[in-house]
Write a protein that binds this ligand. Structure first.
Ligand code: FPP
Ligand code: MG
Length: 295
């Protein structure tokens, strides 16, 4: 990972603008899940750290834009760039980071470059769907999972596939692993929004539904409730929740076991990913720590 951090540092230096260096230094690096994945899959390849740095810059850019779109004031426990320096700065910093990342893709084989760049179109489509879907209450599980796949899983899928191509490994198996890792990662994220607290998450808890996002535990709850309670659930959509509403939601979710049901799907996807990776215990370990995480 030191080599990835050194590559990221080099790319930021090459942008050659002290304002960008200052702002970038303020960002928290996060879990670097995508970079770790690339290094594990293509560890012998000398260009793996550069590919990992590229993907981390794209991810950082997408989060900068996402925080503007979501009007989020915190990111990874710190004030977001849009909160400290304004939305215009956050958008421009995102533009610089992802265009720099794209420029660096020319060092790679066409298929690797195409895999990564196409995933960014999907990621952007997924973000747009997420925003559109948050405008009204959504109870369609498939529609939700399709959006989730585009928004969160495609970049992880592309990272796994591109590094497998680089390493001459089975690209389809690694792509499936990345896709399911990404999907189960996001489902766990959705669960933690409900079961965890602000101090642990580094962002406000129970915030998805307030932002209009009907995540799986809410979708499953909708289908379990009777007509009257369905209306109550829908009436709470995209509004600040009172303590009483929060309590009601949590009680209903407990009663109908919608968190457990969501977790079961995350586990099923994770098991499929594990089956595709039976020969690679390190990648299986990533799945396990991700499913067990509490932040
Ligand atoms: C977080 O979702 C957002 C994403 C994973 C993707 C955002 C993608 C874009 C803004 C497209 C633009 C892409 C580039 C490269 C500029 P979330 O809001 O559900 O999660 P959060 O709680 O971490 O904010
Ligand atoms: Mg967001």
């Amino acid at each position: 990972m030191d080599r990835v951090e050194a590559q990221i540092e080099r790319l930021i230096q090459e942008i050659d603008y002290d304002e960008v260096s200052r702002l970038f230094a303020m960002l928290s690096g996060g879990k670097r899940l995508r970079a770790k994945l690339i290094l594990k899959i293509a560890k012998e390849h000398e260009d793996a750290p550069l590919l990992a740095a590229i993907v981390e810059l794209i991810h950082a850019a997408s989060l900068l834009h996402d925080d503007v779109i979501d009007e989020a004031m915190t990111r990874r426990g710190k004030a977001s760039v849009n909160a400290t320096d304004g939305s215009k700065t956050a958008v421009m910093l995102g533009d610089i980071l992802y265009s720099k990342a794209f420029t660096e893709l020319v060092h790679f084989d066409k298929l690797v470059a195409q895999t990564i760049s196409a995933s960014v179109t999907d990621l952007s489509k997924g973000e747009m769907m997420d925003v559109k879907m948050a405008e009204s209450f959504n109870s369609d599980e498939k529609k939700y999972l399709d959006m989730l796949y585009l928004k969160t899983a495609t970049l992880i899928e592309a990272a796994a596939k591109a590094s497998a191509i680089l390493a001459g490994k089975n690209a389809a198996a690694y792509a499936l692993y990345g896709k399911n890792l990404g999907l189960s990662f996001q489902i766990i994220d959705d669960i933690l929004d409900i079961t965890s607290d602000e101090a642990t998450l580094g962002k406000p808890a129970m915030n998805d539904f307030v932002e209009g996002k009907c995540t799986l535990p809410y979708i499953y709850l909708y289908h379990a409730l009777d007509e009257q309670d369905k209306h109550r659930l829908q009436s709470l959509h995209a509004k600040e929740l009172s303590n009483e509403d929060t309590l009601w939601l949590k009680e209903q979710m407990k009663h109908y076991q919608t968190i457990e049901k969501s977790f079961t799907l995350a586990q099923k996807l994770s098991n499929e990913a594990q089956a595709a990776m039976h020969e690679d215990p390190e990648l299986v370990a990533i799945l396990e720590t991700m499913i067990k995480r509490n932040y």
